[in-house]
Design a protein around this ligand. Structure first.
Ligand SMILES: C[C@@]1(CC(=O)O)c2cc3[nH]c(cc4nc(cc5[nH]c(cc(n2)[C@H]1CCC(=O)O)[C@@](C)(CC(=O)O)[C@@H]5CCC(=O)O)C(CC(=O)O)=C4CCC(=O)O)c(CCC(=O)O)c3CC(=O)O
Ligand SMILES: NC(=O)C1=CN([C@@H]2O[C@H](COP(=O)(O)OP(=O)(O)OC[C@H]3O[C@@H](n4cnc5c(N)ncnc54)[C@H](O)[C@@H]3O)[C@@H](O)[C@H]2O)C=CC1
Length: 231
């Protein structure tokens, strides 16, 4: 066991500080903003054009100067991504003292967390990591997954979210809800895999209510969800 444990963090409202402004810091910043992080600060005397542009657009706060200890204070996530290993080690040590989770971009051993390769398909989030053994392996596997899991899977996730809300507020008992939800997910995966929910595969897509009624029949619950509720 190497100690790594995957979790999915909610970043909205959380203070995130990135130290360094080069290509690596930029990749971390892009990933943070894609996730919806809304309290990101970058500290670095020199930054890439993209980081400068994001600051202009108000997507992050930028301080064009060298790191100082107080930057670590209050950060929930702290990224040590400078090109200077002494500075990165100081950032990591300060972060630990202030209770931040630290990402050490120049070491697969020093930090509290590492950043995986990520694919987003709507609400579906796939991530791959080789836990520091090989970032390039993570990126290569991500490419395979990108080809396998296209946009239709994002559609599957959003349809399932709506359907699940309908099922959750129905009067079905827990066991029946689970049976319907499980079948719905299987059908959604099949639809995404065969492409019937893409633009080209049009026509097969019923309303959520019609899909739900079909599912109830297919799991052997006839009468539909409204009858259940009224019974
Ligand atoms: C431990 C970790 C810490 C962290 O940064 O979180 C870390 C550490 C280091 N990376 C290094 C090198 C490279 N990293 C990349 C790319 C990525 N690196 C990412 C994550 C991680 N990198 C974490 C482990 C994740 C895992 O293993 O699964 C990705 C997945 C996510 C992201 O950064 O957003 C992103 C791909 C995103 C994508 O394409 O999807 C490339 C390729 C490229 O740049 O194209 C290279 C060059 C080729 C190579 O080395 O393989 C070096 C040596 C630096 C030096 O030479 O000095 C270190 C330091 C060390 O290993 O000690
Ligand atoms: N984790 C990863 O995915 C990868 C990590 N690396 C590591 O990340 C480091 C950074 O790589 P790049 O972004 O390509 O380097 P870079 O040289 O393009 O950028 C370094 C940045 O650090 C900033 N900086 C330097 N001293 C600073 C200080 N005292 N305070 C704040 N900012 C400071 C500079 O202004 C610059 O913006 C490399 O040294 C390498 O070890 C490299 C490749 C991939």
């Amino acid at each position: 066991m190497n100690g790594y444990y995957p979790i999915v963090l909610q970043l909205r409202g959380k203070k995130i500080v990135v130290i360094g402004g080069g290509a690596v810091a930029e990749r971390k910043v892009n990933g943070l903003l894609e996730a919806g992080a809304d309290n990101v600060k970058v500290v670095s005397p020199i930054v890439t054009e993209r980081i400068a542009a994001l600051a202009e657009e108000g997507k992050l706060r930028l301080e064009l100067r060298s790191y100082k200890e107080s930057d670590a204070c209050g950060a929930r996530l702290l990224f040590a991504a400078t090109g200077n290993e002494v500075v990165n080690a100081a950032v990591a040590a300060d972060g630990e003292r202030y209770g931040a989770f630290v990402n050490a971009a120049d070491s697969y051993e020093d930090g509290d967390f590492l950043v995986p390769s990520v694919i987003r398909r709507g609400d579906l989030l796939l991530s791959v990591t080789a836990t520091g053994a090989s970032p390039s392996l993570a990126a290569a596997i991500k490419k395979e997954l990108e080809a396998q899991y296209g946009e239709a899977y994002g559609k599957a996730a959003s349809r399932l979210r709506r359907l699940r809300a309908l099922i959750m507020k129905s009067k079905l008992d827990r066991v029946d809800k689970q049976a319907v939800l499980k079948l719905a997910a299987e059908e959604a995966v099949e639809a995404a895999r065969t492409g019937v929910w893409t633009e080209e595969g049009n026509g097969k897509e019923e309303s959520d209510e019609v899909w739900l009624n079909g599912l109830l029949h297919r799991v052997g619950l006839t009468g539909g969800v409204h009858n259940e509720r009224n019974s």
